[in-house]
Design a protein around this ligand. Structure first.
Ligand SMILES: [Zn+2]
Length: 543
């Protein structure tokens, strides 16, 4: 795996009509984890998120709230900032589709497609779901209703501009065949290929019935279809088509990491893009978006990763059922890392997933409180007691069975970095976390076997005590670094207790013997408090 090539990681632009829920947080936490991991590998990363602010749905919501669409969007966007700050999401750029440079890029793309012969005027008769901001045909509907919202679509009839999507059926099939990893996981790619093989219809890409959008450059009666507008953000944020640098003035204050200001950001980051999306918007992010790009003479992004949806305790998550999981509630109650860990382990990366409180508590207690937290706490307490908190020099065990278990730990530690790289490359963040937790489990078993607390009582076993404590210090150091992307708060707290910094390239840190003998650690403190099930409102089974 080449960790030198740039990677441009994006979330969808979230629509400013509603409060963000666990689904939005899931996509964003996946993206943040990828961004943190690759940055820690030393790879050039640009992480973009933002807000989608145009369209009929926003116009309606703003009117209902008695305000202008822009003022309405400003209020909601503020909440997005607050949520991502509270969850410590380290995006580089936050783009808004109402940004001027973005609107200019949309207009230019449209003009380029017209000049390429891909835009025509026609009568538009369609079934339109305002909630989806998407057209349906009769056969897409379920009992005459939107398959996602179960509402009756609007019958729309107007003269509009159409994009000749039908011309892209074969180019898209060719592109996917030549780049089998361009849509992951595989069932999602098969789904898109299946639909492409049925053929594509031209789509209407302007509206005249409302004006909250990007006006068409040559016919101001029309505004650009909201999806068509929003998708362009992925390249407008790079200064496409002709900016000499990222539009830093426009996004000042919304950039967190001093993002790459190379002379030609579009050429630098595109097409090395990975779009993370929910499965419901995969069609827009592949078929629609890639056709726009191909028509404008640009390459499609390298990859689109589509995840599934959360259910809650076996039910669909919905406002009506009152079971919507709010990310801030979970993070506020259990901590950001607990929220993040549950999403990474149990989340819908491969298919749909079920948010169950009992699973949340069980996994937290076993992996974080009893596993990781306990290991760190007891190893640092013993180091304080037996070595004054100072890392001893490496030595082998006298006892052969213990030496075998030490060598096994060394082998696991030295295999961890390539395992993490492979798992993250495959978007398998669950497997990446599991690799770290396996090290925790093996090390806790090592502590139980070696029993330093017994060795300390026998002066004849001084060497074995030293061998065991040196090994534990090395594992603690490796865990700190291995967790930087997955449990960032815990990584910082482990670093503080070890008296180190959670920085440096992962390849140099996730290896044996990187914490030098003679290094003095700091005071240990508990990392994760156990969650007591009875506190969750369930009757305690204890007598
Ligand atoms: Zn719908």
């Amino acid at each position: 795996m080449n960790v030198e090539t740039p990677i441009y990681i994006t979330t969808p632009l979230y629509y400013v009509n509603d409060e963000l829920h666990i689904g939005h947080a899931t996509t964003t936490i996946y993206a943040d984890t990828l961004a943190r991991f690759w940055r820690a590998c030393g790879r050039p990363v640009l992480f973009l998120t933002g807000s989608d602010e145009h369209g009929q749905k926003i116009h309606k919501a703003a009117t209902a709230a008695g305000t202008s669409p822009k003022a309405f969007a400003d209020t909601i966007v503020q909440k997005f900032f607050e949520l991502w700050d509270a969850l410590d999401i380290q995006y580089d750029v936050f783009i808004r589709t109402t940004d001027d440079f973005h609107k200019q890029a949309v207009a230019q793309l449209f003009t380029r497609l017209r000049d390429g012969g891909f835009i025509r005027k026609d009568n538009y008769n369609a079934l339109y779901c305002v909630e989806c901001e998407t057209n349906y045909t009769e056969k897409d509907l379920v009992d005459g209703k939107c398959p996602i919202h179960k509402t009756t679509p609007q019958q729309v009839s107007e003269e509009n501009y159409f994009f000749t999507l039908s011309k892209f059926t074969q180019p898209l099939l060719d592109h996917i065949a030549a780049n089998p990893q361009c849509i992951v996981p595989e069932p999602r790619r098969n789904e898109i290929v299946g639909k492409l093989k049925e053929g594509l219809n031209d789509i209407s890409v302007t509206r005249t019935t409302f004006d909250w959008g990007v006006p068409l450059p040559w016919d101001k009666q029309h505004v650009v279809w909201v999806w068509w507008d929003a998708l362009v953000n992925y390249i407008s944020a790079l200064g496409w088509p002709n900016a000499e640098s990222l539009p830093t003035d426009a996004i000042a204050g919304r950039s967190r990491h001093g993002h790459e200001t190379s002379a030609a950001p579009f050429a630098h980051w595109w097409p090395s893009a990975v779009h993370l999306v929910g499965k419901d918007i995969l069609w827009h992010h592949t078929v629609v978006w890639w056709s726009q790009l191909l028509g404008a003479g640009e390459k499609p992004p390298r990859q689109v990763f589509a995840h599934g949806w959360w259910q809650v305790e076996g039910d669909k998550m919905s406002k009506t059922l009152g079971n919507v999981i709010k990310p801030l509630d979970v993070a506020g109650k259990y901590g950001r890392d607990a929220l993040r860990y549950h999403i990474l382990r149990e989340g819908p990366a491969k298919g749909d997933a079920d948010w169950r409180q009992s699973a949340f508590v069980a996994r937290y207690n076993s992996d974080l409180a009893n596993g990781l937290g306990n290991l760190l706490n007891r190893s640092l307490n013993m180091l304080g007691k037996y070595f004054g908190g100072v890392v001893p020099a490496e030595c082998a065990f006298d006892q052969p069975a213990l030496e075998t278990s030490r060598l096994s730990l060394i082998a696991r530690v030295n295999a961890l970095y390539p395992r993490l790289v492979a798992a993250v490359t495959a978007f398998d963040l669950d497997a990446a976390c599991e690799a770290v937790i396996e090290l925790v489990r093996e090390t806790n078993a090592f502590v139980n076997n070696a029993a330093p607390f017994k060795l300390a009582k026998d002066p004849a076993r001084a060497k074995d005590l030293q061998a065991s404590m040196h090994a534990l210090c090395q594992v603690d150091f490796v865990l700190c670094h291995a967790l930087r992307a997955f449990l960032p708060d815990a990584a910082v707290r482990i670093a503080n207790q070890l008296g180190i910094k959670a920085e440096g390239k992962l390849a140099d840190c996730i290896a044996w013997n990187k914490l030098a003998a003679g290094h003095t650690t700091s005071r240990p403190e508990p990392l994760f408090a156990r969650i007591e099930e009875a506190a969750e409102g369930k009757p305690s089974t204890k007598p």
